[in-house]
Write a protein that binds this ligand. Structure first.
Ligand code: SAM
Length: 331
Protein backbone atom coordinates (compact mmCIF):
# COMPACT_ATOMS: atom_id res chain seq x y z
CA UNK A 1 0.00 0.00 0.00
CA UNK A 2 1.46 3.36 -1.03
CA UNK A 3 1.09 6.27 1.37
CA UNK A 4 -1.29 8.50 -0.56
CA UNK A 5 -3.17 11.51 0.79
CA UNK A 6 -6.65 12.65 -0.19
CA UNK A 7 -5.17 14.89 -2.93
CA UNK A 8 -3.40 11.93 -4.54
CA UNK A 9 0.08 12.93 -3.38
CA UNK A 10 2.22 9.84 -2.86
CA UNK A 11 4.41 10.05 0.22
CA UNK A 12 7.57 8.04 -0.26
CA UNK A 13 9.88 10.20 1.83
CA UNK A 14 9.82 10.14 5.64
CA UNK A 15 11.85 12.30 7.96
CA UNK A 16 12.44 10.73 11.33
CA UNK A 17 13.64 12.75 14.29
CA UNK A 18 16.04 10.75 16.44
CA UNK A 19 16.10 13.17 19.35
CA UNK A 20 14.35 16.39 20.34
CA UNK A 21 17.40 17.99 21.83
CA UNK A 22 20.24 19.89 20.23
CA UNK A 23 23.69 21.02 21.27
CA UNK A 24 23.18 24.38 19.53
CA UNK A 25 20.60 27.06 20.21
CA UNK A 26 20.29 28.73 16.85
CA UNK A 27 18.47 32.04 16.93
CA UNK A 28 16.04 31.02 14.20
CA UNK A 29 15.36 27.52 15.55
CA UNK A 30 15.64 27.14 19.28
CA UNK A 31 16.51 30.52 20.79
CA UNK A 32 14.99 29.68 24.15
CA UNK A 33 17.13 26.56 24.55
CA UNK A 34 14.12 24.31 24.92
CA UNK A 35 14.48 20.59 24.99
CA UNK A 36 11.42 18.44 24.97
CA UNK A 37 11.10 14.82 25.97
CA UNK A 38 14.59 13.55 25.60
CA UNK A 39 15.58 13.96 29.22
CA UNK A 40 13.32 10.96 29.85
CA UNK A 41 14.77 8.13 27.82
CA UNK A 42 11.55 6.15 27.72
CA UNK A 43 9.72 9.04 26.08
CA UNK A 44 11.53 8.72 22.77
CA UNK A 45 11.48 5.72 20.47
CA UNK A 46 14.22 3.19 21.16
CA UNK A 47 16.52 2.06 18.36
CA UNK A 48 14.66 -1.28 18.23
CA UNK A 49 11.31 0.53 17.92
CA UNK A 50 12.73 2.80 15.23
CA UNK A 51 14.02 -0.15 13.21
CA UNK A 52 10.62 -1.88 13.41
CA UNK A 53 8.91 1.31 12.32
CA UNK A 54 11.31 1.84 9.42
CA UNK A 55 10.80 -1.77 8.33
CA UNK A 56 7.05 -1.11 8.22
CA UNK A 57 7.61 2.08 6.23
CA UNK A 58 9.91 0.60 3.60
CA UNK A 59 8.35 -2.88 3.38
CA UNK A 60 4.64 -2.19 3.74
CA UNK A 61 4.25 1.46 2.77
CA UNK A 62 6.68 1.66 -0.16
CA UNK A 63 8.73 4.47 1.37
CA UNK A 64 11.90 4.96 -0.66
CA UNK A 65 13.84 7.48 1.35
CA UNK A 66 14.32 8.06 5.07
CA UNK A 67 16.14 11.07 6.45
CA UNK A 68 17.20 11.23 10.07
CA UNK A 69 17.12 14.55 11.77
CA UNK A 70 16.47 16.09 15.18
CA UNK A 71 17.26 18.06 17.39
CA UNK A 72 20.76 17.01 16.56
CA UNK A 73 20.72 13.33 15.57
CA UNK A 74 24.43 12.79 16.17
CA UNK A 75 24.25 13.68 19.87
CA UNK A 76 22.08 10.64 20.57
CA UNK A 77 23.96 8.03 22.60
CA UNK A 78 25.43 5.10 20.64
CA UNK A 79 24.21 6.56 17.38
CA UNK A 80 26.61 4.38 15.36
CA UNK A 81 24.91 1.29 16.81
CA UNK A 82 21.69 2.58 15.31
CA UNK A 83 23.28 3.07 11.90
CA UNK A 84 24.65 -0.49 12.13
CA UNK A 85 21.15 -1.81 12.79
CA UNK A 86 19.88 0.25 9.89
CA UNK A 87 22.56 -1.03 7.59
CA UNK A 88 21.36 -4.61 8.21
CA UNK A 89 17.80 -3.54 7.37
CA UNK A 90 19.00 -1.86 4.16
CA UNK A 91 20.32 -5.21 2.97
CA UNK A 92 16.80 -6.64 3.19
CA UNK A 93 14.89 -3.66 1.79
CA UNK A 94 16.89 -1.20 -0.29
CA UNK A 95 16.03 2.39 0.54
CA UNK A 96 17.94 5.63 0.64
CA UNK A 97 19.19 6.97 3.92
CA UNK A 98 20.08 10.58 4.63
CA UNK A 99 20.95 12.56 7.71
CA UNK A 100 20.57 16.23 8.45
CA UNK A 101 23.11 17.35 11.01
CA UNK A 102 24.70 20.53 12.28
CA UNK A 103 28.05 18.86 11.65
CA UNK A 104 29.47 19.61 15.07
CA UNK A 105 29.74 15.91 16.02
CA UNK A 106 30.34 14.60 12.54
CA UNK A 107 34.07 14.77 11.99
CA UNK A 108 34.97 11.60 13.89
CA UNK A 109 31.85 9.68 12.81
CA UNK A 110 31.61 10.48 9.16
CA UNK A 111 33.62 7.56 7.84
CA UNK A 112 31.62 5.06 9.88
CA UNK A 113 28.37 6.68 8.82
CA UNK A 114 29.48 6.50 5.21
CA UNK A 115 30.57 2.88 5.42
CA UNK A 116 27.31 1.94 7.15
CA UNK A 117 25.43 2.96 4.04
CA UNK A 118 24.19 6.49 4.71
CA UNK A 119 23.84 7.83 1.17
CA UNK A 120 23.22 11.49 1.73
CA UNK A 121 24.42 14.02 4.23
CA UNK A 122 23.04 17.53 4.69
CA UNK A 123 25.13 19.73 6.94
CA UNK A 124 23.77 22.97 8.35
CA UNK A 125 26.17 25.89 8.38
CA UNK A 126 24.83 29.44 8.40
CA UNK A 127 28.01 31.46 8.40
CA UNK A 128 31.72 31.21 7.62
CA UNK A 129 32.66 33.69 10.33
CA UNK A 130 33.59 32.42 13.76
CA UNK A 131 32.09 35.26 15.80
CA UNK A 132 28.88 35.12 13.86
CA UNK A 133 28.71 31.36 14.26
CA UNK A 134 28.80 31.88 18.02
CA UNK A 135 26.24 34.69 17.79
CA UNK A 136 23.85 32.52 15.77
CA UNK A 137 24.27 29.18 17.53
CA UNK A 138 25.64 30.04 20.96
CA UNK A 139 28.64 27.73 20.48
CA UNK A 140 32.11 27.87 18.95
CA UNK A 141 31.93 25.00 16.49
CA UNK A 142 32.69 26.57 13.10
CA UNK A 143 36.10 24.92 12.72
CA UNK A 144 34.90 21.41 13.45
CA UNK A 145 31.86 21.86 11.22
CA UNK A 146 33.98 23.02 8.28
CA UNK A 147 36.39 20.11 8.78
CA UNK A 148 33.44 17.69 8.75
CA UNK A 149 32.22 19.29 5.52
CA UNK A 150 35.69 18.78 4.01
CA UNK A 151 35.69 15.10 4.97
CA UNK A 152 32.18 14.66 3.58
CA UNK A 153 33.32 16.15 0.27
CA UNK A 154 36.29 13.75 0.12
CA UNK A 155 34.06 10.72 0.72
CA UNK A 156 31.79 9.71 -2.11
CA UNK A 157 28.40 10.75 -0.70
CA UNK A 158 25.66 11.26 -3.22
CA UNK A 159 26.24 15.00 -3.24
CA UNK A 160 26.88 16.74 0.05
CA UNK A 161 24.36 19.47 0.76
CA UNK A 162 25.01 22.49 2.94
CA UNK A 163 21.95 24.15 4.48
CA UNK A 164 22.14 27.83 5.37
CA UNK A 165 19.09 29.62 6.76
CA UNK A 166 19.38 33.23 5.63
CA UNK A 167 18.16 35.90 8.04
CA UNK A 168 18.24 39.55 6.96
CA UNK A 169 20.94 41.62 8.65
CA UNK A 170 22.37 38.48 10.20
CA UNK A 171 24.00 36.50 7.39
CA UNK A 172 22.55 37.79 4.12
CA UNK A 173 25.83 39.61 3.44
CA UNK A 174 27.55 36.21 3.20
CA UNK A 175 25.67 34.80 0.21
CA UNK A 176 28.56 35.56 -2.14
CA UNK A 177 31.14 34.44 0.45
CA UNK A 178 29.50 31.00 0.59
CA UNK A 179 29.72 30.60 -3.16
CA UNK A 180 33.34 31.76 -3.22
CA UNK A 181 34.26 29.41 -0.39
CA UNK A 182 32.72 26.33 -2.03
CA UNK A 183 33.21 27.28 -5.67
CA UNK A 184 35.75 24.55 -6.42
CA UNK A 185 33.70 21.73 -4.92
CA UNK A 186 30.82 19.71 -6.30
CA UNK A 187 28.52 20.23 -3.32
CA UNK A 188 25.04 21.70 -3.32
CA UNK A 189 24.65 24.79 -1.19
CA UNK A 190 21.04 25.44 -0.26
CA UNK A 191 19.88 28.82 0.96
CA UNK A 192 16.74 28.44 3.04
CA UNK A 193 14.09 31.08 3.63
CA UNK A 194 13.66 31.87 7.32
CA UNK A 195 10.41 30.27 8.50
CA UNK A 196 8.27 31.32 11.47
CA UNK A 197 8.03 28.84 14.33
CA UNK A 198 6.76 29.12 17.84
CA UNK A 199 9.04 31.46 19.81
CA UNK A 200 11.67 32.00 17.12
CA UNK A 201 11.11 35.76 16.82
CA UNK A 202 10.30 35.70 13.11
CA UNK A 203 9.08 38.93 11.59
CA UNK A 204 8.95 40.30 8.11
CA UNK A 205 11.90 42.64 8.61
CA UNK A 206 14.19 39.62 9.11
CA UNK A 207 12.88 37.81 6.06
CA UNK A 208 14.67 37.65 2.74
CA UNK A 209 13.01 35.84 -0.13
CA UNK A 210 14.69 33.37 -2.45
CA UNK A 211 14.36 35.83 -5.35
CA UNK A 212 16.21 38.52 -3.43
CA UNK A 213 18.94 36.03 -2.49
CA UNK A 214 19.27 34.93 -6.08
CA UNK A 215 19.63 38.45 -7.41
CA UNK A 216 22.35 39.25 -4.85
CA UNK A 217 24.29 36.19 -6.03
CA UNK A 218 23.75 37.07 -9.67
CA UNK A 219 25.61 40.34 -9.13
CA UNK A 220 28.74 38.20 -9.05
CA UNK A 221 27.99 34.74 -10.43
CA UNK A 222 26.00 33.51 -13.38
CA UNK A 223 23.38 30.97 -12.31
CA UNK A 224 22.04 28.47 -14.82
CA UNK A 225 18.59 27.13 -13.98
CA UNK A 226 18.33 23.34 -13.71
CA UNK A 227 15.20 21.23 -14.10
CA UNK A 228 14.00 20.47 -10.62
CA UNK A 229 13.16 16.79 -10.87
CA UNK A 230 10.17 16.98 -8.53
CA UNK A 231 12.59 18.38 -6.01
CA UNK A 232 11.35 21.01 -3.54
CA UNK A 233 14.36 23.23 -4.15
CA UNK A 234 14.91 25.68 -6.96
CA UNK A 235 18.20 24.45 -8.37
CA UNK A 236 20.92 26.30 -10.26
CA UNK A 237 24.39 25.51 -11.51
CA UNK A 238 27.07 28.15 -10.98
CA UNK A 239 28.30 28.75 -14.53
CA UNK A 240 31.68 27.19 -15.17
CA UNK A 241 31.70 25.37 -11.82
CA UNK A 242 30.49 22.07 -10.43
CA UNK A 243 28.91 23.87 -7.50
CA UNK A 244 25.12 23.73 -7.38
CA UNK A 245 23.12 26.46 -5.62
CA UNK A 246 19.55 25.90 -4.50
CA UNK A 247 16.90 27.95 -2.78
CA UNK A 248 14.24 26.58 -0.46
CA UNK A 249 11.31 28.93 -0.80
CA UNK A 250 8.87 27.53 1.77
CA UNK A 251 7.50 30.98 2.58
CA UNK A 252 7.53 33.10 -0.58
CA UNK A 253 6.68 30.28 -2.97
CA UNK A 254 5.46 27.17 -1.22
CA UNK A 255 5.85 23.80 -2.90
CA UNK A 256 3.00 22.02 -1.09
CA UNK A 257 1.42 20.66 -4.26
CA UNK A 258 4.37 18.34 -4.77
CA UNK A 259 4.81 17.48 -1.09
CA UNK A 260 5.82 13.84 -0.71
CA UNK A 261 6.98 13.88 2.89
CA UNK A 262 5.80 12.83 6.27
CA UNK A 263 7.53 13.50 9.57
CA UNK A 264 7.79 11.34 12.65
CA UNK A 265 8.92 13.01 15.86
CA UNK A 266 11.36 11.48 18.32
CA UNK A 267 8.45 10.57 20.58
CA UNK A 268 6.53 8.89 17.78
CA UNK A 269 4.04 11.56 16.76
CA UNK A 270 3.12 11.92 13.12
CA UNK A 271 3.35 15.33 11.47
CA UNK A 272 2.14 15.49 7.90
CA UNK A 273 3.38 19.06 7.50
CA UNK A 274 6.01 21.10 9.34
CA UNK A 275 3.29 23.54 10.32
CA UNK A 276 0.41 21.20 11.17
CA UNK A 277 -0.72 19.78 14.50
CA UNK A 278 0.43 16.25 15.24
CA UNK A 279 -1.99 13.54 14.21
CA UNK A 280 -3.90 11.95 17.03
CA UNK A 281 -2.24 8.59 16.75
CA UNK A 282 0.90 7.90 18.68
CA UNK A 283 3.31 5.41 17.18
CA UNK A 284 5.19 4.99 20.43
CA UNK A 285 2.09 3.65 22.16
CA UNK A 286 1.36 1.37 19.23
CA UNK A 287 4.93 0.07 19.04
CA UNK A 288 4.84 -0.64 22.78
CA UNK A 289 1.49 -2.41 22.67
CA UNK A 290 2.11 -6.15 22.25
CA UNK A 291 -1.33 -6.51 20.66
CA UNK A 292 -0.55 -4.05 17.88
CA UNK A 293 0.56 -5.70 14.64
CA UNK A 294 2.74 -4.26 11.88
CA UNK A 295 -0.35 -4.26 9.61
CA UNK A 296 -2.28 -2.16 12.07
CA UNK A 297 0.58 0.34 12.44
CA UNK A 298 0.87 0.60 8.65
CA UNK A 299 -2.89 1.13 8.31
CA UNK A 300 -2.92 3.81 11.02
CA UNK A 301 -0.07 5.72 9.38
CA UNK A 302 -1.89 5.56 6.06
CA UNK A 303 -5.20 6.68 7.63
CA UNK A 304 -3.51 9.60 9.38
CA UNK A 305 -2.53 11.07 6.04
CA UNK A 306 -6.13 11.44 4.89
CA UNK A 307 -6.57 14.72 6.78
CA UNK A 308 -3.44 16.37 5.39
CA UNK A 309 -4.16 19.90 4.23
CA UNK A 310 -3.46 20.89 0.64
CA UNK A 311 -1.14 23.72 1.57
CA UNK A 312 0.22 25.27 4.71
CA UNK A 313 -1.04 28.74 5.75
CA UNK A 314 0.80 31.90 4.71
CA UNK A 315 3.53 33.44 6.89
CA UNK A 316 1.10 36.00 8.35
CA UNK A 317 -0.88 33.12 9.87
CA UNK A 318 2.08 30.89 10.67
CA UNK A 319 3.51 33.45 13.10
CA UNK A 320 0.43 32.99 15.27
CA UNK A 321 0.66 29.22 15.55
CA UNK A 322 2.04 28.02 18.84
CA UNK A 323 2.32 24.28 18.34
CA UNK A 324 5.42 24.19 16.19
CA UNK A 325 9.04 24.06 17.10
CA UNK A 326 11.67 22.69 14.73
CA UNK A 327 13.48 21.02 17.61
CA UNK A 328 10.51 18.96 18.62
CA UNK A 329 9.29 18.24 15.10
CA UNK A 330 12.59 17.44 13.45
CA UNK A 331 13.37 19.81 10.61
N1 SAM B 1 20.39 19.67 14.03
C1 SAM B 1 20.26 19.35 12.66
C2 SAM B 1 20.72 20.47 11.78
O1 SAM B 1 21.10 21.52 12.31
O2 SAM B 1 20.75 20.32 10.58
C3 SAM B 1 18.90 18.86 12.23
C4 SAM B 1 17.69 19.57 12.76
S1 SAM B 1 17.48 21.20 12.14
C5 SAM B 1 15.96 21.62 12.91
C6 SAM B 1 17.06 20.88 10.46
C7 SAM B 1 17.14 22.06 9.53
O3 SAM B 1 16.12 22.97 9.84
C8 SAM B 1 18.46 22.82 9.57
O4 SAM B 1 19.00 22.94 8.28
C9 SAM B 1 18.03 24.15 10.09
O5 SAM B 1 18.85 25.18 9.61
C10 SAM B 1 16.61 24.26 9.58
N2 SAM B 1 15.80 25.25 10.32
C11 SAM B 1 15.61 25.34 11.64
N3 SAM B 1 14.82 26.39 11.95
C12 SAM B 1 14.50 26.99 10.78
C13 SAM B 1 13.73 28.12 10.43
N4 SAM B 1 13.13 28.87 11.34
N5 SAM B 1 13.61 28.44 9.14
C14 SAM B 1 14.21 27.69 8.18
N6 SAM B 1 14.96 26.60 8.44
C15 SAM B 1 15.12 26.25 9.72
Amino acid sequence: MKLTDSYGRIHDYVRVSLIDKCNLNCIYCNPKNQSFNSFKRESILTYEELIRLIRILVRDLVVKKIRFTGGEPLIRKNILTFFQMLSALKKEYPFEVGITTNGTQLEDKIESIYSLGVNRVNISCDTLKQKKFIAISGKDFLGTTLRAIDRAIQLNFNRVKINAVIVKNVNDAELIDFIEYFQNTNINIRFIEYMPFDGNGWDNSKFISWKEMKSIIQNRFELIELGNDGNIAKDFQVAGKQLKVSFISSISNHFCDSCNRLRITASGEIKDCLFSQSKNINLKEMLRNPMCSDESIAQNISNSLQTKWFKHPDASELVNLNHNNMMSIGG
